[in-house]
Design a protein. Sequence first.
Lengths: 282, 282
Amino acid sequence: MRYALGIDVGGTKIYSAIIDENGQIVSDIEKNPTPKSFDEIKQLFKSIIKKHEKDVDVIAFSTCGAVNNSNNHILGSTGNIAEGYPDMQFAELSAKPVFVENDANCAAWAEYKIGASKGTKVSVMLTLGTGVGGGIIIKNELLKGQNGAAGEMHFKMYSDKRRKCTCGGWDCFEIYASGKGLKITAEEISKNHDITTYDVIEGVQKGDSLMIEIFNKWQDDITNGIIGLSNIFDPDCVVLSKIQDNANKEIITTPIVVKKAVAGNYSGMIGAALLAFEKGIN
Amino acid sequence: MRYALGIDVGGTKIYSAIIDENGQIVSDIEKNPTPKSFDEIKQLFKSIIKKHEKDVDVIAFSTCGAVNNSNNHILGSTGNIAEGYPDMQFAELSAKPVFVENDANCAAWAEYKIGASKGTKVSVMLTLGTGVGGGIIIKNELLKGQNGAAGEMHFKMYSDKRRKCTCGGWDCFEIYASGKGLKITAEEISKNHDITTYDVIEGVQKGDSLMIEIFNKWQDDITNGIIGLSNIFDPDCVVLSKIQDNANKEIITTPIVVKKAVAGNYSGMIGAALLAFEKGIN
């Protein structure tokens, strides 16, 4: 049995644990808040790796940001993390092999190997969080594209410049389907700038009609994106992270199999580990 | 050297010719108007095949409509051709092997093997005609999806139900980027219901500012679609059929390599033949 040290790097938290070839977490899970500076992040990586590297065959990073096809550095900027982070020299962090992949790609791979899309030929995974990530698997291979940046969910929902997206473009799927998108939709419909996504979810649970309207609009946007992706990829299934049960109920009215992700919060590091075993070390 | 009888079936014309393994047309090209009924189409296929089947190794159809993964029948309806056409039993038309693929997929393959996207790792081809077709090639393989229907360009350009698409949905890329889309854009901007796409092209050539405005709006819609596809696939290049030079000039302002298709009107039958050699017969 081979082992990986999986490290999932998000904008707010960094998870780490030892993961085996079956995708099982075989150690305690360490959670750290993501430090604010490049140097602190690098120090944290070093300290996590130092503790575990003797016990593993590979260090497997699941990270925000698009990752190149050699799985060793980040392409371009990432938005929600310390400036300079994309310049991280991952290979220099350990004497053991280091493997890096985008977090949504890792989550997609985890679902494909041990979760909702197991056994499928073509699957599309959408991770809905502060932003939106995408991971596409075609015939047992992650779609990476020319440079490694494939799966970015920045296709337009409108063509008349309504919302500026975090990517610098206009009206991308991400700025409608993300948590940030839900907040903007809530502000637009309620005319209340202080409304939060928690207000919306709580309101839906209480049966508040305005909150249900907001929630349904957000769901419609997600559904519209899924319809487009389904027509492009003809996938066996679409996997959504963090979808509410009533959201899922809404979405499956379209003739597409939409499944809820099962690997949970640790899908990033599990997927990174499984990809590293598959691609990163021999 | 192996030979295929390539037959390209469109809504208005049916082209046929003998094509060799290099994608060269080695016979006269026969052009027929597409008959109006299923029986007449079937009779035409039979008469074309009867003339040439002894001289070829495979019959290779490039057809409107999505085609299944076994490359022998059409999935669902096709819109612009005789009712019942999707039920055609292609294999029964000849004693030789018969191979069938969607026309945009065939055009994409022709461009990949002998045209604009030769040597690329990931390419997206858009055929802009009465409708819009899409063909995506990833690492030497056509993206077919679960059922064979991948590459359908029915992702939304707006999410507020402006134009009904031929597919039954709303605001798909096809109903903006197609010739039909250009006509609707022209009608909307000029407030003239009788305006034709020829009026627009002619007006642009004469420098008419209203026609240029219409043309630019249509180009913007195409560009917006290409941006989304490029973010999803991270392709080496996007190939467009039938694009005007000034259109191309407009589109390359986005950071994507957009190339003009080179295989021309016969890319369907050439691509069908080359795919048949690759996949259909051994």
